[in-house]
Design a protein around this ligand. Structure first.
Ligand SMILES: [Cu+2]
Length: 191
C-alpha cells in the first residue's frame, strides 16, 4: 500500500515547501490491474513483431539480393553514358529509352533530379541493375511494387531483378535530395 504523505506542502506564507523534502520512500504508484494487462499485451506484441521480422525475411523472401561496391561518381557517369549510347532505342518525353539485351547488366543513374535512362526490360528475364548516384543521396522506390533502396554517391549497388509483370513501373525518389526532389522520377517499362 502507498503511504499517504502528510507533510505540509506550503509554509504559512504560502510558499512551496515540497521541493525541500526528499521524495516519499515509495513514490512510484503500483500499476493497476488494467495497466499491468496492457503492458503485458504490448510486450507480447513487441516480441511477436520482432520475431516476425526474421520469419518474414526467410519465409516471405523479402531480402533483396544486393551487392555493393565503391565507385567514383565520374566513372559511374561514364559507364552510364556508354551503356545508353550502346542500347538507346528512342526518346520519350525528353527521356532516353534504353533496351538492354535480356540478362545483361543494366545501369540506372540517380542525379538531381531524375533517374536515367528509362529502362525497357523483358518479362521473365533476370537483369543486374547497377545503381548509383552522381551527386547526393537519393532513394529509389519502385512503384507500385514498393521496392526501396538507398542510392548513395560513391557506392554502386547491384540489384538482381526479374520482372514478373508486364507494364510501366514508375520510380520515385523517396529521399529528400534538394529543391527538385518532388519531381524526381524515372521509369521501367516491362514488355
Ligand atoms: Cu529526392
Amino acid at each position: 500500500m502507498n503511504e499517504i504523505d502528510t507533510r505540509p506542502t506550503h509554509d504559512e506564507q504560502g510558499r512551496e515547501l515540497s521541493t525541500l523534502y526528499p521524495p516519499r520512500r515509495r513514490w512510484l504508484n503500483r500499476l493497476g490491474p488494467d495497466e499491468r494487462r496492457w503492458l503485458i499485451l504490448a510486450g507480447i506484441w513487441c516480441l511477436i513483431l520482432f520475431t516476425g521480422m526474421y520469419v518474414w525475411l526467410v519465409v516471405g523472401n523479402q531480402q533483396a539480393p544486393v551487392e555493393s561496391y565503391r565507385i567514383d561518381p565520374i566513372d559511374f557517369q561514364q559507364e552510364v553514358q556508354a551503356f545508353v549510347a550502346e542500347h538507346e532505342v528512342e526518346e520519350r518525353d525528353g527521356a532516353t529509352v534504353v533496351a538492354p539485351p535480356p540478362g545483361s547488366d543494366v545501369y540506372l543513374q540517380a542525379s538531381q533530379f531524375a533517374f536515367r535512362p528509362v529502362l525497357q526490360l523483358e518479362r521473365g528475364e533476370t537483369y543486374r541493375l547497377l545503381v548509383s548516384s552522381t551527386d547526393v543521396q537519393h532513394g529509389l522506390s519502385l512503384q507500385p511494387v514498393n521496392l526501396n533502396f538507398q542510392v548513395l554517391p560513391g557506392y554502386l549497388y547491384v540489384i538482381e531483378i526479374t520482372p514478373t509483370e508486364v507494364g510501366e513501373f514508375p520510380i520515385v525518389c523517396n529521399e529528400f535530395c534538394g529543391l527538385g526532389h518532388h519531381v524526381m522520377t524515372g521509369l521501367i517499362v516491362v514488355d
